[in-house]
Structure formats: structure tokens, C-alpha cells
Design a protein around this ligand. Structure first.
Ligand SMILES: [Cu+2]
Length: 175
């Protein structure tokens, strides 16, 4: 059967989307952050000595990252973290002044998918609260991938519909 060029393009698009869809669907299998020290939103009287993140399952040793930034977005520390079975941790430089800080972390799940997030905390008084809008960093990618899933499904359905209509059109109208 002959399929027109736009028909073929649409079908290629649809199968590409289907691949994305299938890739995204096991999102629930990703590792997720269980707890951290410092905890999100913590107000600490003194600077922490280390940062530890604990996940619900084994994490990969591939390219873990813990980056500590101050409220001016300057990188305070980006030492390569130590990787345990379900944890990553890194030491914190001494002599940190009071203020708001953010920890941007990234780790590869045991299933091979990278996950990342941001943890905000304050050293000193709570009078300088961390503004959630201040840090323009990615949220936990697990929740994000779920939000576009229905959209992808709808687009995929529309494309498959279009491809079917085009195919029927071509079948009926091919001389
Ligand atoms: Cu995964």
C-alpha cells in the first residue's frame, strides 16, 4: 500500500511520541528522595558539617552531584559526593555565614533515569526566609514527567487518528 509523504511523516511522529510515552510511563519506578540533612526548609542555628541525601532505593555511582549555593546563587561547594547504597553525601566548607542556601542535587536512579531536585535551608535566623520563587531550579523531575503525560497521550491519540484518516484517504484516492 502506498502512503503519502505527509502520511509517512505523521506516522513517524506518532511512533516517536509512542516511544517517548513508553519511556516516560515507568516514572513511578524512579528512585525518590526520602529524607535529607539539612531538611527542606530547615532553619539551622549553625552551619551543617555535611549534606546527606537518602533515597528509597539503590542509587547509581554514575555522576552524582551535590551543589551548594548561597542566596546570591554563587556556588559555595560542588565537591563530588560520596555514594553509599541509598545515600549520597558531601562535606560542607567551614565558616559559612548566616543566610539562605540551596542544595541542587542530581543522581542516577538504579533504573538508569536521572533524578534531581533542590533543597533550601537557612543558617541563622528565620528572619530571612527562603523565597520559594527565588531559586529557579528544576523541581523533582518525577512529578514533572507525570504532568505532561496526559498531554502526550492526547497528542499521540490525535496523531494516530490523523494518520489513520490520511491512510484511508490515500487508499481511496490512489489512481
Ligand atoms: Cu526510571
Amino acid at each position: 500500500m502506498r502512503v503519502s509523504r505527509p502520511g509517512r511523516a505523521i506516522m513517524a511522529c506518532a511512533s516517536l511520541l509512542a516511544a517517548c510515552f513508553m519511556w516516560a510511563s515507568p516514572a513511578s519506578a524512579h528512585s525518590s528522595l526520602v529524607r535529607s540533612s539539612p531538611a527542606e526548609g530547615a532553619v539551622l542555628p549553625t552551619a551543617p558539617r555535611s549534606i546527606t541525601l537518602e533515597f528509597n532505593e539503590k542509587v547509581s555511582k554514575i555522576a552524582p552531584a551535590i551543589v551548594l549555593r548561597n542566596d546570591a546563587e554563587a556556588v559555595i561547594s560542588s565537591r563530588p559526593p560520596t555514594v553509599g547504597r541509598t545515600t549520597i553525601s558531601s562535606t560542607v566548607p567551614t565558616g559559612l555565614p548566616d543566610g539562605s542556601y540551596s542544595i541542587v542535587w542530581r543522581v542516577v536512579s538504579d533504573d538508569g533515569h536521572p533524578i534531581q531536585g533542590v533543597i533550601r535551608f537557612v543558617i541563622g535566623h528565620a528572619s530571612d526566609p527562603v523565597d520559594a520563587n527565588e531559586v529557579d531550579a528544576p523541581e523533582n523531575s518525577t512529578s514533572r514527567s507525570w504532568t505532561w503525560l496526559p498531554v502526550a497521550a492526547a497528542v499521540l491519540a490525535a496523531l494516530i487518528g490523523a494518520a489513520l484518516v490520511l491512510r484511508r484517504y490515500n487508499t481511496n484516492h490512489t489512481p
